[in-house]
Write a protein that binds this ligand. Structure first.
Ligand code: MUC
Ligand code: MG
Length: 367
């Protein structure tokens, strides 16, 4: 169970349609496949989705930091030494997606070596999650049509609506149109990706007060410290910290200072080892948790559902597991399948993520 080699393989798969939100837009999944090899011939896999506009990581940067900084720190360790891996990687500040993919590939390899699933290794609560779908910026009619298509095709009835445009009525009109079209048949929440000021957020929330929203996420920047606290104190639904609370320490700071009352856990940026810590912290603090999506491909979504299914708290709310539906293709040999609004973990050991060698050859950018 000794780690012998770490590969970082850049690949690019186009989106059918771009996802647009307040802090950026994504046209192509330019991700990094991480493979961890062991002396027994086991290969663990995970993917790192860089989000330069949020965390400053780039595809080339992730490859470089994995090859030159992180791989040498883990080669030679046993798969069981996950806390040593965590301690070594944690000496470096930042680089969340690079560290997380390495961490998750190690857990996958460990699961394969022990012949148990990652979900069982982590907590083994259930084998599935309900799915929440993210609706990117568009006109109200187009966003309603997209929600209809997603509901009809996959049985999904929870939608996260991207907001944060100016004037705020551009977005409040979308949420109102969704509620008018679907009534109580769907659950809705909003994510501003820091696009509004605290005052604009308060105004938008007033305009949407009758629309029965589940949550509000990251409507304004947490760096506007007093404005954000003021906003959170007057919003009467859970206020989710997403990009403002990446590490467990961030969560502690944001929640104890009154800048958030719920959190998003994204395995793409906290892997399994840190996500576990964040889960336990949220459990102790009594926080609502939503399993978020860093615009992951299918391998990343498999990681999210594997973690989310492991605990009662993380599987309570629908997880954001469906961004891959907008991609033209993927690396998994057998595509993920969302049915009746649910995604089920893969049977078998580790993550159960067999890759298609032909697709990897086609989409990889390093040869
Ligand atoms: C989200 O919840 O903010 C957009 C950028 C990113 O990193 O995640 C997405 C969705
Ligand atoms: Mg968010």
């Amino acid at each position: 169970m000794k780690i012998t080699r770490v590969e970082a393989i850049p690949f690019a798969i186009p989106y059918r349609k771009p996802l647009r939100f307040a802090s950026g837009e994504v046209h192509t999944a330019e991700h990094v496949l991480v493979r961890v090899h062991t002396d027994d011939g086991v290969v663990g896999v995970a993917e790192a989705p860089p989000r330069p506009f949020t965390y400053g990581e780039t595809q080339a940067g992730i490859v470089a930091v994995l090859e030159t900084v992180f791989a040498p720190q883990v080669v030679g360790l046993s798969l069981l030494e996950r806390e040593t891996v965590h301690a070594r990687l944690s000496r470096t500040v930042g680089n969340p997606a690079a560290k997380s993919a390495l961490d998750m590939a190690i857990w996958d390899a460990l699961g394969q070596s022990l012949d148990v699933s990652v979900t069982e290794l982590l907590g083994g609560y259930t084998d599935r999650m309900k799915v929440s779908h993210m609706l990117g910026f568009d006109e109200p009619a187009a966003m309603v049509a997209e929600a209809e298509r997603i509901r009809d095709s996959y049985g999904i009835t929870t939608f996260k609506v991207k907001v944060g445009r100016r004037p705020v009525s551009l977005d409040t009109a979308v949420v109102r149109a969704l509620r008018e079209r679907f009534g109580t048949e769907v659950d809705l929440y909003v994510d501003g990706n820091r696009g509004w000021t605290a005052a604009e957020s308060a105004r938008a929330m007033r305009e949407m007060a009758d629309l029965d929203l589940l949550f509000a996420e990251e409507l304004c920047p947490a760096d506007d410290v007093l404005g954000r606290r003021w906003l959170v104190s007057r919003v009467d639904i859970p206020f989710i910290a997403d990009e403002s609370a990446v590490t467990p320490a961030d969560v502690t700071r944001e929640v104890l200072s009154g800048s958030a009352t719920a959190i998003s856990i994204k395995t793409a940026r906290t892997g399994f080892t840190r996500s576990q810590r964040t889960h336990h912290l949220a459990d102790g603090l009594g926080l609502e948790v939503v399993m978020g999506n860093q615009i992951d491909g299918q391998l990343g979504s498999l990681c999210t559902v594997a973690f989310g299914s492991a605990y009662e708290l993380t599987s309570r709310r629908p997880g954001e597991l469906s961004n891959f539906l907008d991609m033209t293709d993927d690396l998994l040999a057998e595509p993920l399948c969302i049915a009746d609004g649910e995604l089920v973990i893969r049977p078998g050991a580790g993550l159960g993520a067999a890759l298609d060698p032909g697709k990897l050859r086609h989409y990889r950018q390093d040869r």
